[in-house]
Design a protein around this ligand. Sequence first.
Ligand SMILES: Nc1nc2c(ncn2[C@@H]2O[C@H](COP(=O)(O)OP(=O)(O)OP(=O)(O)O)[C@@H](O)[C@H]2O)c(=O)[nH]1
Length: 414
Amino acid sequence: MEIVILAVVIAVVALGAISGLVVSSRKKKQLPPAPPSSPSVTAPPAEPHVGEEAEPPSAEPRRTVEEVELPGAGAPVAEAEPEAPAAPAEPEAPAAPAVEVPEPTAGRLVRLRTRLSRSQNSLGKGLLTLLSREHLDEDTWEEIEDTLLTADVGVAPTQELVERLRERVKVLGTRTPEELRALLREELLTLIGTDADRSVHTEPGVGVNGEEKPGVVMVVGVNGTGKTTTTGKLARVLVADGKSVVLGAADTFRAAAADQLQTWGERVGARTVRGPEGGDPASIAFDAVKEGIAENADVVLIDTAGRLHTKTGLMDELGKVKRVVEKHGSVDEVLLVLDATTGQNGLVQARVFGEVVNITGIVLTKLDGTAKGGIVVAVQRELGVPVKLVGLGEGADDLAPFEPEAFVDALIGD
Ligand SMILES: Nc1nc2c(ncn2[C@@H]2O[C@H](COP(=O)(O)OP(=O)(O)OP(=O)(O)O)[C@@H](O)[C@H]2O)c(=O)[nH]1
């Protein structure tokens, strides 16, 4: 009897073991969720990377962006995830894109004043030292003139300034350092101008069909001056001021430009409209404004490709981008980005760009890397258009509204 019971127990245990093995092997087979038949979805499931253009993305029709996920940043639109059939699905963290809150823009130039130290040393302090000499003879005045010219103030403004200084110093007689500083401050301010409208116009307007249209800003300039960076920084400035922004990546020449812009946008929650590499910039710009109107955005910022002012074909293309955008309504601001370190060269660029698209404001970038702060004066004279923003570094919040008083104070020191 016992033998029979033992035999039964062994049989039961053996059966159990066999069925257990089968189940676990089935489970193992289920584990890798075999990618189901979704052939054309290009987005890789977990961590796609920007710029992975290795294989052509299956000739998709041109789509407005937002699906390209960036390293380290979640995609702004969460539903774009293709995954579906995975079995017991763990509660996936929604990977909220950490949208940054940029610093307010008020007083930025004051905060960034030390970045102007190179200009400060050669222009402001240089002038003060020379003016403080006991005898202001011809040689000293020549040195003053040279200092201004070296700082790229330009010939005509330099002569004007020297003349006025000579006159006022004569009237002043003996000079204390405070008097000299005040005098120089006043004259530099006169040269730069304090009553120009330096605000970037982004007010909404009325579109061609009577609908509300976002403020439209185009950013133009030659290669490498900092257009994309400036567009990104400007988006932050606007977001900091409480505006919603759509970015148009109309720089289709430089492969990384759209990715770069999109990264800037994602950091502050701004959508980027982009097209295929080498695509038609005018149609991307057009789509960006269309998107801006559709989503009721406050401002659309359009980054354009860098182009040499000497290439007429490219300059014509820029004119076309603007005209096409204007089919929606007015372009409210055309910002010319000039690299302050290129000095007088920038003036020629300014002139030609001004002829093709009506420049309404100048952004002087890389002022942190040059002793030639005087270019502010020269370029305004050349174009008759005010400097509205200055770039003082590569940091995200290193773009400052241009304030003449703060600028001059930074140049000559307190
Ligand atoms: N130091 C400094 N660097 C800047 C400033 N603005 C832009 N840059 C740098 O200049 C370089 C070029 O900037 P981009 O924005 O890529 O220039 P871009 O005009 O869009 O270039 P293209 O599309 O090739 O014409 C980048 O390394 C920026 O970080 C600034 O104010 N100061």
